[in-house]
Ligand binder design. Sequence first.
Ligand SMILES: [Cu+2]
Length: 70
Amino acid sequence: MLRLRVEKMVCGHCVKAITEAMQAADSQAQVNVRLDDKIVEISSTKGEDDVIAIIRNAGYSAELINESFA
Ligand SMILES: [Cu+2]
């Protein structure tokens, strides 16, 4: 699982945009959003660089959070 911080994610629209972008790229992707913490957890066959690019293309910058600091 990848855990990312998406700073500009502020509402349900953002959650939907990110979830749909991720699932368009990988229909099997599991996306769990903790909006209050601006955290997105993704289980996908896509690697971290791809996931960050997919979220960026949806209009949000994403930063990988190291598990050991999460
Ligand atoms: Cu929003």
